[in-house]
Design a protein around this ligand. Structure first.
Ligand code: DX5
Ligand code: ZN
Length: 224
């Protein structure tokens, strides 16, 4: 954990009528993890997959599942996605009144925990839970949809989190999510990120997901 480059395809652009096959394709294309974008239609103006869909796909691949919970009630839903087979569950700091307690609940259930912040949320909001998390996810778009433009303004947050991790000698991944492509991944890497979510850049790459994932990984590795 902490500095290895990892590429995590988002399920958002996938063909939901054959999700298991799509995940298998992504695993064979070199994906390090599957990024489940869980949206409840309230925390974000979009609705995606329930825990039963995740559970039904668990046996399709061996790579880890991470759940990005964009939901109003993460204390209710996090246990369901852990039960469904998610290895890492990321909570939005904006979605729970007691972030420390909510993250501890994830840990008590045996999963890894991550904290996520939206573009308008100060990076200081994650500072006092770094001792609890395996990953900090910095949103580089406003959550809810794929295919949006990367926000370079978020790079100062990545830099701050990286400095805190170094200061305290934590082993924590910094993930960036939103608008990541071959033309934005280098600057996010230079800022200090090492894990990258990509949806449209992988699914709409003219040469297919394997080329897309390799290109993203190579571009980030050169920039690191
Ligand atoms: C947005 C999601 C992202 C998004 C990424 O709310 O959290 O994971 O699907 O899609 P792209 O890579 O197309 O921006
Ligand atoms: Zn996401």
């Amino acid at each position: 954990m902490g500095s290895q480059i990892e590429i995590c395809p988002s399920i958002l652009p996938a063909d939901f009528s054959r999700l298991g096959e799509e995940l298998k394709m992504l695993e064979e294309a070199g994906a390090d993890r599957i990024h489940w974008d869980v949206m409840d239609g309230n925390f974000v103006p979009n609705l995606t997959v329930g825990q039963d869909v995740v559970a039904s796909c668990r046996k399709s691949v061996d790579i880890p599942f991470e759940a990005h919970l964009m939901v109003e009630d993460p204390d209710l839903l996090a246990p369901l996605y852990i039960e469904a087979g998610c290895d890492l569950v990321m909570l939005h700091a904006e979605s729970t009144r007691h972030l420390d307690r909510s993250l501890n609940r994830v840990l008590e259930l045996g999963a890894k925990a991550g904290v996520t912040i939206n573009p308008a949320t100060p990076v200081e909001n994650v500072k006092h839970v770094l001792h609890l998390v395996d990953q900090v996810l910095i949103m580089s778009v406003n959550p809810g949809f794929g295919g949006q433009k990367y926000l370079p303004s978020q790079e100062t947050k990545i830099e701050r989190v990286r400095s805190w991790i170094l200061e305290q000698d934590f082993e924590i991944d910094i993930e960036v999510d939103g608008g990541i492509s071959a033309s934005t991944i280098a600057q996010a890497t230079v800022a200090g990120a090492n894990v990258f979510v990509a949806g449209s850049a992988i699914f709409s790459h003219p040469d297919g997901p394997q080329s897309a994932i390799s290109e993203l990984r190579e571009t980030a590795s050169v920039a690191q």
